[in-house]
Design a protein around this ligand. Structure first.
Ligand SMILES: [Zn+2]
Length: 210
């Protein structure tokens, strides 16, 4: 075969192979961001109990709503630390997030105080939390108070089991079961939906910001 013919043959082969490889490549897959939502308490640990309302049931209902809301999104994968009335060890909860390669971990709780006039939403981070956890807490606190219209009691620090991970973590107290009006709202599906929407909005704001 003359030399130009060999060159032409090799060139054609490269073109054919390139077209074949490009055609078989998957279309740019969306890398779903994994987030872990923790319904506080569960099983033998009911959390706060006021007038027959158990914190563990409220937190699970809210987490399941967040899960359902995010189900249509290709860019987000929500994992719950429990989907039933089950107790999961606290350190195991953050391990679930680490093993899943989660971008963040948010624990949901409902509050209690002896003074029934104390109502509203607050978010906690561990005393040693870095800036990312604080930013997550602020985004979630801002979004959930916006969707619910509940009193904004701010972001605070205390020693939490969240210190067992370096992931961005926060603990959201969605309202006071000891505040009668808030307790009634926390059992209302429409109000639960507002909280879940706020949680998702806050998390997306956290993920989208630099
Ligand atoms: Zn709690």
């Amino acid at each position: 075969m003359p030399k130009p013919a060999i060159v032409l043959l090799l060139f054609s082969l490269v073109i054919v192979l390139t077209v074949a490889i490009v055609a078989t490549l998957p279309r740019a897959p969306l890398e779903a961001v994994v987030i872990v939502i923790d319904p506080g308490h569960g099983g033998h640990d009911p959390g706060a109990v006021v007038a027959g309302v158990q914190e563990k049931d409220v937190t699970l209902a809210l987490a399941l709503r967040v899960l359902r809301k995010a189900q249509d999104r290709a860019d987000l994968r929500v994992i719950l630390t429990r989907t039933t009335d089950l107790y999961v060890d606290l350190v195991d909860r953050v391990r679930i997030a680490e093993e899943a390669g989660a971008h963040l971990y948010l624990s949901i709780h409902a509050n209690y105080y002896r003074d029934p006039t104390v109502c509203g939403i607050e978010t906690w981070v561990d005393t040693g939390a870095e800036g990312e956890s604080l930013r997550l807490a602020q985004m979630v606190q801002g979004a959930v108070t916006a969707t619910t219209g509940a009193p904004d009691r701010g972001v605070h620090r205390q020693t939490l089991y969240l210190r067992h991970t370096s992931l961005p973590t926060a603990l959201l107290e969605v309202g006071y079961l000891s505040c009668p009006a808030e307790r009634t709202k926390l059992l209302n599906p429409a109000y639960q939906d507002k909280i879940a929407a706020g949680i998702l909005t806050g998390i997306l704001a956290f993920l989208q910001a630099p």
